[in-house]
Design a protein around this ligand. Structure first.
Ligand code: NAD
Length: 375
């Protein structure tokens, strides 16, 4: 199979998620990195390019230059810069006719999000937003299980994503913490954009529920900080189900503890990303069922993404790799004229836009004295 060619914007020296994308993409050996604008500083960009074996002539000083020069040469671009640049970078590559994989949150404003949706549709390009956790086999299992109606009508959902790494101003966080807490680089929110969008996407992906309105309290707990670092959101879904979301960066002792509990008419489901190889289910009569990736109890459309036998742990990188597996399948299908939209098994630009709408409704709610705001 011919390798796909990709470029990357971001992911320079010390960058976190860019390196994770490269490793996840490498899992299946389907694509090769051939170009990049890895940093705003040209020397750092060339340093990363050299480390990764990229031709010097394809290490660019700016993403604008890269998008122009690489039009027609890349199968896709990966955008892994801080939030503020997602919109201009994605727009430049869509305009150059290149498929995009961008990390979350999609962008800063609803207008920008709608523009990216419009542009991707107009250009007929694939656009993935890497809500990494939804690549887990177990997350995909829950989605299929609920889609098949096995949990019955959903009544309520509790979801949380607490972290403790920003519990003190200036002590932890490094450059990743610095830009997240800076409104110029992060937008109008910090914690809600960083973690709340994961929660919103996890619940909507697993349950298929669509949010009707939210009531939010965004708090800034750590002295000296201007953006939120602890958020509570009440959610009302179309159809009447309710939800409670909590995200925090000051929860000492919590790492990346994304967890979702879904309560339906026929039972409940509990999923934790820190124990992502299993799903806990309780049926109506109280019977506890623990389903493990790699075993027969996993829905086949989810199980097919597993790479290892049960008990040989798969984790976060494999989850990211699973998103790319579907993305690559769609890129190849498009190239050979056999693509159908129902092949898409990754979060799309529309899902990313829903996350931005969620953030802005919560911001409006919180700033208006914690009132209900429609999405
Ligand atoms: N999916 C996930 O689970 C997940 C996890 C972490 C971060 N993220 C997202 O990934 C993005 C990056 O976060 P991070 O933690 O890797 O940040 P980071 O600070 O570690 O890395 C950002 C990189 O982008 C480079 N950069 C900045 N502006 C640039 C520009 N204009 N052109 C080229 N390069 C540029 C920086 O030099 C740096 O190498 C954010 O949007 C964040 O929300 C997603």
């Amino acid at each position: 199979m011919k390798k796909l060619n990709y470029g990357m914007v971001g992911g320079g020296p010390g960058g976190f998620i860019g390196d994770a994308h490269r490793r996840a993409i490498n899992l299946d050996g389907q694509a090769q990195l051939v170009a990049g604008c890895f940093s705003r500083t040209p020397e750092k960009c060339r340093q990363t390019g050299a480390e990764l074996g990229i031709d010097f002539s394809r290490c660019y000083a700016s993403f604008e230059e890269m998008a122009k020069a690489e039009a027609g040469k890349l199968d896709f671009v990966v955008v892994v810069t801080p939030n503020v640049s997602h919109y201009p970078v994605c727009k430049a590559f869509l305009e150059a006719g290149i498929n995009v994989s961008c990390d979350k949150p999609l962008c800063l404003t609803v207008e920008q999000a709608e523009d990216l949706v419009r542009l991707a549709r107009e250009k007929d390009l694939l656009f993935m937003v890497t809500y990494t956790y939804m690549g887990h086999v177990t997350a995909k299992h829950i989605r299929r299980y609920i889609q098949a109606g096995k949990l019955g009508k959903i009544r309520t959902v509790m979801a949380e994503y607490p972290q403790g790494w920003l519990a003190y101003e200036g002590e932890w966080g490094g450059k990743q913490g610095e830009w997240r807490c800076d409104p110029k680089q992060s937008g109008g929110v910090n914690c809600l954009g960083d973690l709340g969008t994961h929660v919103e996407n996890a619940v909507s992906t697993m349950t298929g529920l669509k949010i009707r309105r939210v009531l939010a309290k965004l708090d800034t707990i750590v002295p000296g900080r201007v953006l939120d670092d602890n958020d509570a959101v009440l959610v009302e879904f179309e159809g009447g189900a309710t939800g409670v979301y909590w995200t925090s960066q000051v929860a000492i002792g919590r790492d990346n503890d994304l967890a979702v509990r879904i309560y339906g008419e026929n039972g409940s489901i509990e999923w934790k990303q820190t124990e992502c190889e299993k799903v806990l289910m309780v049926s109506r009569d109280g019977t506890l069922i623990e389903r493990h990736r790699g075993n027969g109890g996993i829905e086949p459309e989810a199980a097919k993404y597993g790479r290892l036998p049960s008990g040989h742990s798969e984790g976060w990188l494999e989850s990211m790799g699973n998103l790319y597996r579907s993305f690559f399948e769609c890129i190849r299908a498009k190239a050979s004229g056999c693509f159908a939209p129902d092949m898409i098994d990754f979060p799309t630009v529309e899902d990313g836009a829903e996350g931005v709408r969620f953030v802005h409704a919560c911001l409006k709610s919180s700033e208006s004295g914690n009132i209900w705001v429609d999405l």
